[in-house]
Design a protein around this ligand. Structure first.
Ligand SMILES: [Zn+2]
Length: 427
């Protein structure tokens, strides 16, 4: 089963070399694409082969999100909280912890379907998610995986385990994670953040990650409150605590945010070789400050933190914020945008091969070539230009239409679940 892309203006995502070519895109985890002189004539095609004419449109590797929260997908437009949050911990308490506590498996399925739908239509074919639903933990990860599989995109999931709701949900979170990894799924051991994770949980979580040869996916120093609580309760700073627990020794671990680190922690982080995920829009939205990510080393990638599912938007936001803070340039932001592929590859996770492609309908008003592509990347290309998307060698979005699931049905299901969620939160 081969997908042939005719008349592609292919941009090599590493070298930015542009080639007008036909392509053979093979299915499966191998991720192989081959350049062809021309697509074979119709009579030589296999029954399962297909041909898509790109009409010289731009084709390049699709995108991946380093840190997402599908659990927040039904929050858009929800009623205001009973009290206006005044700081980060109140934002969690009055908004996000009210949402995630009201989620049930049906709502989680709708949240995952709608997130996957938006991701793929924005050219995002691999999602690293961090999920919370303290009163619907059992089977939540399989439910999310099932929804992503239906839409047809790849995933690396975890449940964000925490002590915030007591020992019951904590143990259920550990068990859900163990079961998911035991079943052979690729995933992380998720933790919420230092200030809601006790020492017993931290120890159990790192042991679990070691047992299944994976990493910890956790928020780190997103707000000063995380550091203040760590100093008060553990007499050390957040990254020192993670170091002492062995989190920094697990090379597949991901630290989201890392905004409030002191110089010693920055050095600790740089020496650890661990990956950090930058989520600028979320940081601005929560008014928690912004990191100078240039000081965090080279292993920084981008996420959305559940704000949306549009990685081109995340890149533009990180570029504009980075201009003021660290003086980031075009190659710098492009590298950060693409770093997630390096994280996935070096960690040995599957589903992000070169047979994941995005095809842009980008009728540029100015010439585009290898040397100026990054100017188009920063100032021109947007998710509205995504015309078609190939996931694992299969065409999943064709001329802006999703082929795997009925988009209208998913939107209607999501609206129904949103009403149910909001009703439950009000009750
Ligand atoms: Zn997050």
């Amino acid at each position: 089963m081969t997908l042939y892309l005719k008349n592609a203006t292919y941009i090599d995502w590493k070298t930015l070399e542009l080639t007008l070519t036909d392509l053979a895109v093979c299915p499966g985890d191998g991720g192989v694409i081959r350049f062809l002189e021309t697509v074979p004539p119709e009579k030589e095609l296999g029954a399962a082969d297909s041909v898509f004419d790109c009409g010289t449109r731009l084709v390049t590797k699709s995108f991946a999100c380093g840190h997402h929260h599908i659990y927040s997908a039904l929050a858009r437009g929800m009623p205001a909280p009973p009290k206006t949050p005044q700081n980060f911990t109140e934002i969690l308490e009055y908004i996000w912890w009210r949402v995630d506590k009201a989620l049930d498996l049906e709502m989680i399925e709708a949240s995952a379907l709608i997130s996957a739908l938006y991701c793929v239509k924005n050219g995002v074919t691999f999602v690293i998610d961090h999920h919370a639903s303290p009163f619907a933990i059992e089977d939540s990860l399989e439910t999310i995986a099932g929804a992503f599989d239906r839409v047809g995109i790849s995933h690396l999931l975890c449940y964000e385990i925490s002590d915030r709701d007591g020992e019951g949900p904590r143990e259920k979170g550990l068990e859900e994670t163990r079961k998911y990894l035991q079943n052979g799924n690729q995933g992380h051991v998720g933790l919420h953040a230092s200030f809601t994770v006790g020492d017993v949980l931290l120890e159990k979580a790192t042991a679990l990650a070691r047992r299944y040869d994976t990493g910890i996916h956790v928020h780190a120093a997103e707000d000063q409150a995380d550091q203040a609580a760590c100093l008060k309760d553990h007499k050390r700073r957040v990254l020192e605590r993670y170091r002492d627990a062995g989190v920094l020794d697990l090379p597949k671990s991901i630290l989201a945010h890392c905004i409030h680190l002191n110089e010693a922690e920055k050095e600790l982080l740089r020496n650890s070789g661990l990956w950090v995920v930058q989520n600028v829009e979320s940081n601005q939205n929560n008014n928690v400050g912004l990191a100078n990510c240039a000081e965090l080393g080279n292993q920084v990638m981008l996420g959305t933190d559940g704000m949306h599912s549009d990685m081109l938007r995340s890149a533009k936001a990180a570029f504009l914020a980075g201009q003021a803070i660290e003086g980031i340039d075009f190659p710098g932001i492009y590298r950060r945008f693409r770093n997630v592929h390096e994280y996935i590859r070096t960690s040995g996770f599957s589903g992000d091969g070169d047979n994941n492609l995005v095809i842009f309908d980008y009728n540029s008003p100015t010439p585009i070539n290898s040397t100026n592509f990054l100017g188009h990347f920063v100032y021109g290309l947007e998710s509205s230009h995504v015309d078609s998307v190939v996931c694992g060698g299969k065409l999943v979005v064709k001329n802006k239409k999703l082929l795997t699931v009925e988009e209208d049905e998913i939107l209607a299901f999501a609206r129904e679940m949103a009403v149910k969620l909001w009703g439950k939160m009000g009750g």
